[in-house]
Design a protein around this ligand. Structure first.
Ligand SMILES: Cc1cc2nc3c(=O)[nH]c(=O)nc-3n(C[C@H](O)[C@H](O)[C@H](O)COP(=O)(O)O)c2cc1C
Length: 190
């Protein structure tokens, strides 16, 4: 099976086989996905977007009411199938908007459904400067056997400074120690 995949797409196979970086993100209005996209550009990792089965309401009052209820009851919404599973990766960036001082329920579902023991997790989130919460702690409580590194919080989508913000965070979290691959070539992180 692996040999057949390799024939079809040798670069991709080597990338997955190298067990390096996965980026997983949920985003309601696009900011977190933009951060995820920039991480993907910088790391050459694979990116998997999370979508709940049931989309959230469009109108803010209903959205807020539903999110508050879900957060308070630790509700785990069902998810659509994702493009990548985390087994083959050693480091997983996990992103979400800050919703009511915590991670959005779709990311909580994904973390709950997947075994992330022994993996390095790098939480990142977008927020609007409101309640800050402890998103790293929330992720650690869901994945107590993972090595959860310092979380990155970004206002909205980080604007033009985002690449610099990411660079500093990569160094601080020592993710730069990971080898990364692009088009089948190993290269340095930054
Ligand atoms: C239901 C809801 C709750 C939110 N709660 C918070 C909050 O507690 N603290 C905060 O700073 N921002 C909060 N926000 C703002 C979002 O985190 C912010 O707009 C973020 O950039 C959205 O990211 P996204 O575009 O990836 O969905 C909330 C937004 C919504 C819709």
């Amino acid at each position: 099976m692996m040999e057949r995949m390799k024939e079809k797409n040798p670069d991709r196979n080597e990338h997955i086989g190298s067990g390096q970086i996965l980026i997983v993100s949920y985003s309601y209005s696009g900011n977190t996905h933009r951060i995820a996209q920039e991480i993907q550009k910088a790391t050459g990792g694979d990116w998997s977007e999370i979508y709940p089965w049931q989309p959230y309401p469009m109108a803010f009052p209903e959205l807020l009411q539903q999110v508050k209820q879900e957060v308070q009851s630790h509700y785990r919404p069902g998810l659509l199938p994702t493009s990548h599973t985390p087994q083959a990766y050693s480091a997983v960036f996990v992103g979400s908007p800050n919703w009511c001082g915590t991670i959005a329920p779709p990311l909580a579902s994904w973390l709950y459904q997947n075994d992330l023991s022994g993996k390095v997790l790098l939480p990142f989130y977008s927020h609007c400067g409101g309640v800050s919460g402890d998103l790293r702690g929330d992720i650690f409580r869901l994945c107590p056997k993972a090595d959860v590194r310092e979380a990155l919080s970004v206002i909205d989508d980080g604007g033009e400074e985002l690449p610099d913000i990411l660079r500093e965070w990569f160094i601080k979290t020592r993710i730069t120690e990971f080898r990364i691959f692009r088009a089948g070539q190993e290269r340095s992180f930054l």
